[in-house]
Design a protein around this ligand. Structure first.
Ligand code: ATP
Length: 454
């Protein structure tokens, strides 16, 4: 199933945030202490959906292919990693301070230039003041110098806190792959082209975390580095672009009319990229980047070779030719995929004259496939029969839930909100003829079905 003909309402973010908290998908990080900006915690329902998204990705991009291998590298890496990769000098966003209220903001996200264009990452103080860009906090337009702010989180390793112990939390999972490239080549001898995939946490000290989980300081990435011979990069780039679309549209079921490509101009590309296509999605906050596809050339392996003094060359088995492979990188953010799924699934309609909120999640992603209930909680014979149905389904499908709280109407509302496709109710007729009521989330229609046919 895919999300069909769902029109995404741009004002929906608050509804989604509130449902996420109310139903246990996502809570603000450190909620009990008043939160921690840019961090979010997945609750029982959220973690189920998140894991399904991640395993769908792994299955599609790794397990179903012959040319892909997985790795799982450490988050804290030797700091030389970030010197070689260029992150210590260039992984920064433009930071500007308001001269009136002293609020600090990411300069390129404050508005438009005087002639109506988006502000670029190289925006200056003069440009901001000339365009009379307003401070989001105090409304004045009195900007100071724009400075580059490095987004890597620093930490210290071991029982000392001086410069020798300085390390960083990885700002991308990619470097864990590049630094293991040689280990993989020397142990499993893959034929080129081949790719390495990794899923895991990444950390960025974003200047202005915002828009729910969209821009977080701690998030999860799913990245692939695909190693090719330098003359094959264009063909490979096209292949991966297609694969990314197929994953998002066919495997996850996102509506294709909400997915767009942005060919990123040279001045906006990351320092390592010769070509980038961002795949953008129509979120409730507007059209924004869901994932990126970049041609990283031999930038990373070349730098690792220089920094480590170890050869990163690949030797072709057929011709004996040696060269540093070039790299195509599809890079997904789990949070942005999660938010795209939630915003596509969220819907409101009316049932029996009452407003209903329903998460129209595809069956294979819904946290629970079935909810089983006895019609009445205080009738032991119904509860016993319902328990048997529940246990049997649970043994077969695992993600089955039990609900005997409130009345049936309330149970349906709750299951609609968490996206459970089918609710199964055991009533007095069940005791007579072994049939149950199966209620469909999307149509709200009910059918009588034999237990044996469930
Ligand atoms: P943006 O321009 O939105 O800051 P980016 O271009 O810096 O993103 P990349 O460095 O290409 O992002 O990272 C790859 C992917 O990681 C992004 O497409 C996105 O899905 C995810 N990602 C990056 N930064 C964040 C963040 N702060 N919060 C959540 N996901 C993120």
């Amino acid at each position: 199933m895919v999300f069909s003909s769902i029109i995404i309402d741009m004002s929906r973010l608050d509804d989604i945030v509130s449902l996420s908290k109310r139903r246990g998908f996502i809570f603000p990080g450190s909620d009990v202490y008043g939160g921690m900006a840019g961090t979010w915690d997945y609750g029982p329902l959220g973690v189920m959906l998140k894991r399904k998204l991640m395993s769908e990705w792994w299955q599609y991009f790794v397990e179903e292919r012959d040319d892909m291998y997985g790795i799982d590298a450490a988050i804290i890496m030797n700091p030389r990693t970030w010197v070689a990769s260029g992150h210590t000098t260039t992984f920064s966003d433009p930071l500007v301070e308001c001269g009136d209220c002293h609020g600090r903001f990411r300069a390129d996200k404050l508005g438009k230039t005087a002639d109506g264009h988006d502000l670029s990452a190289k925006v200056t103080k003069t440009e901001l003041n000339k365009a009379k860009v307003k401070c989001p906090t105090c409304g004045k337009s009195n900007w100071g110098e724009v400075k580059q702010f490095n987004m890597m989180f620093k930490t210290s390793v071991g029982a000392v806190e001086d410069a020798t112990a300085l390390a960083y939390l990885r700002p991308e999972t990619a470097q864990g792959i590049f630094t293991n490239y040689k280990n993989v080549v020397d142990t499993i001898y893959p034929d080129l082209p081949f790719g390495l995939a990794q899923q895991g946490k990444a950390f960025r000290n974003e200047i202005s975390p915002r828009d729910f989980i969209f821009r977080s300081r701690e998030f999860e990435q799913m990245e692939i580095e695909y190693f090719v011979s330098p003359d094959e990069w264009e063909e490979s780039f096209e292949h991966w672009l297609k694969a990314c679309h197929e994953f998002l549209e066919k495997r996850i079921g996102l509506p294709s009319d909400c997915i767009h490509e942005l060919d990123v101009p040279a001045e906006d590309r990351a320092h390592y990229s010769k070509r980038t296509i961002d795949i953008e999605f129509d979120y409730p906050i507007g059209r924004e980047e869901l994932m990126g596809l970049a041609y990283r050339t031999d930038f990373d392996l070349g730098n690792i070779q220089r920094e480590s003094g170890k050869s990163m060359e690949y030797r072709r088995k057929d011709s004996g030719a040696t060269f540093i492979p070039h790299v195509i990188e599809p890079s997904f953010g789990v949070e942005r995929l999660f938010m795209a799924v939630l915003s596509s699934a969220y819907d409101e309609d009316e049932v029996g004259g009452e407003k209903r909120i329903v998460m129209r999640l595809p069956e294979h992603l819904a946290p629970y496939r079935f909810c089983v209930s006895p019609l009445l909680k205080n009738k032991p014979e119904l509860v016993k029969k319902a328990q048997k149905v529940y246990q049997d389904l649970k043994a077969k499908y695992h993600n089955v839930t039990w609900d005997d709280s409130g009345n049936i109407g309330k149970r349906y509302r709750k299951q609609d909100e968490i996206g459970t496709p089918k609710c199964i109710v055991i009533d007095f007729d069940t005791l007579e003829d072994d049939t149950v009521t199966v209620r469909d989330r999307d149509t709200t229609k009910q059918k009588r079905i034999k237990i044996a046919d469930l």
